[in-house]
Design a binder for this molecule. Structure first.
Ligand code: CNA
Length: 404
């Protein structure tokens, strides 16, 4: 993955469950410091650094920025992307620049209200935003679920804290846990879940503007979503690069190394080779910034599925839809009510994110529980049950057998 695209990095607003040793185990940063601090503008903190380390990094960052002319153009584009997100956020939340409170488009702020809205034909540009929760029923653990999430498997992967597995600085020092996980989760070993098939059905119905996913398991592709409909915000396993000389490697080459239990090393310079998935503190793909700019203003229904909405900048996208756009969260827990921008705005705002519990809520709905069940309920209420079940291979098979 190119290290030159975006100033906004992947990171978390909160870093629960950090082991104290995590604060000292990460190495001194080798060249990504400026970007880390720019990432911190989104309210993120580098989980492995102390405040003192961050301050000293900031000083070095300023110096590096003065020297680093080559990156200026890219940085300008990146800033535009980030500022666009910020402007949308402020327009929505502070009523700056027009629009005011959104119009009420749901007759009823409920799942039934959302279904009625979809059925009315007024809703034509649905964006889906997904996280690890849409893939847990395929057997891929998320980070946080009790009992199954990576939080509960720290010993298996020899991790000081769950996010370390996707932390670029941790990876440079100890890549083994990542490659053990990569073998466990390697694309091809899992099948799409009913939630993936529901998103595919939205596409078949001509309603899906774009699917934004934080997942790296490629299951939306296996479910047949065309590549142009999918934004893999946190990258993909399809290509890999040497983290030193940037030589590109194919998925087959990487797979062979991983399945031989080797740590993939560059044939040219012997540095580590890493799949192009975005680790914490790395750049998100340029496609993410380009498409969010054009897609979110057009969105007329946002479906948020299986995500804790804690990883930035992905999580803050929920604020980029128009003020009237309904937002439906399908998740085991209420997520997204916190304010991802508070770190930046230093308390200027009292609330943001989903307004699920606000008396002024006119558009946010939560369908709490299992994603697959939530999608099945939606399909049912929408009158799409038969089509939906025909799309899901195991259900379709059962249906055929029953007919025989
Ligand atoms: P997360 O922070 O682990 O949150 C998952 C959310 O989904 C939680 O709120 C859970 O309660 C909820 N959840 C879990 N299972 C279900 C279910 N069956 N039905 C409904 N809700 C459920 O994961 P996020 O995606 O929010 O965090 C983003 C990280 C996780 C990204 O950087 C990913 O790359 C990373 N990740 C991806 C995968 C994958 O590709 N499948 C797996 C694990 C982690």
């Amino acid at each position: 993955m190119a290290d030159s695209q975006a100033a906004v990095k992947q990171g978390e607003t909160a870093a629960p469950n950090k082991a104290p040793e995590a604060a000292t185990s990460a190495p001194a940063d080798g060249g990504t410091k400026c970007k880390n601090l720019e990432g911190a503008m989104g309210g993120m903190r580098d989980p492995s650094k102390t405040k003192e380390q961050e301050e000293s990094d900031e000083e070095e960052c300023d110096e590096n920025e003065l020297e680093d002319d080559d990156d200026d153009d890219d940085d300008d584009d990146d800033e535009e992307g980030f500022m666009g997100m910020l402007q949308n956020f402020l327009r929505t939340k502070l009523d700056l620049g027009g629009g005011g409170e959104g119009e009420k488009v749901l007759d009823e702020v409920s799942v039934e209200g959302v279904v009625k809205y979809i059925k009315s034909g007024k809703c034509k540009n649905i964006i889906t935003m997904a996280g690890a929760g849409i893939s847990t029923s395929a057997g891929i653990p998320d980070f946080r679920s009790p009992g199954t999430g990576l939080y509960c498997n720290l010993e298996k992967y020899n991790l000081p804290f769950p996010e370390a597995i996707f932390d670029i600085e941790f990876f440079k020092v100890n890549p083994k846990p990542f490659f053990v996980l990569a073998k466990d989760l390697y694309p091809g070993a899992f099948n799409p879940t009913p939630s993936h098939w529901f998103i595919r059905l939205l596409h078949e119905k001509g309603l899906l503007l774009r699917h934004y996913t934080q997942n790296i398991d490629t299951l939306e592709h296996v479910a047949g979503l065309p590549a142009e409909k999918v934004v893999e915000a946190h990258g993909t396993f399809r290509t890999s690069h040497c983290i030193g000389c940037q030589k590109e490697y194919t998925q087959d080459w990487l797979k062979e190394e991983i399945f031989k239990d080797l740590i993939p090393k560059c044939e040219e310079c012997n540095n580590l080779v890493k799949p192009d998935i975005v680790f914490f503190r790395e750049d998100l793909p340029a496609k993410f910034f380009e498409l969010t700019q054009s897609d979110f203003p057009k969105c007329d229904l946002l479906l948020i599925l299986g995500t804790s909405l804690t990883v930035q900048p992905f999580a803050m996208l929920i604020n980029n839809v128009p003020p009237s756009c309904p937002r439906l969260l399908i998740n085991r827990e209420k997520a997204g009510s916190g304010d991802p921008m508070m770190g930046l705005l230093h308390g200027m705002l009292s609330s943001s994110g989903l307004a699920l519990d606000s008396p002024r809520n006119i558009r946010d709905v939560a369908l709490l529980g299992d994603c697959d069940q939530g999608c099945a309920k939606l399909a049912d209420l929408l009158g799409w049950k038969d089509e939906y079940e025909k799309l899901i291979p195991c259900k379709a098979e059962k249906g055929e057998k029953a007919e025989e």
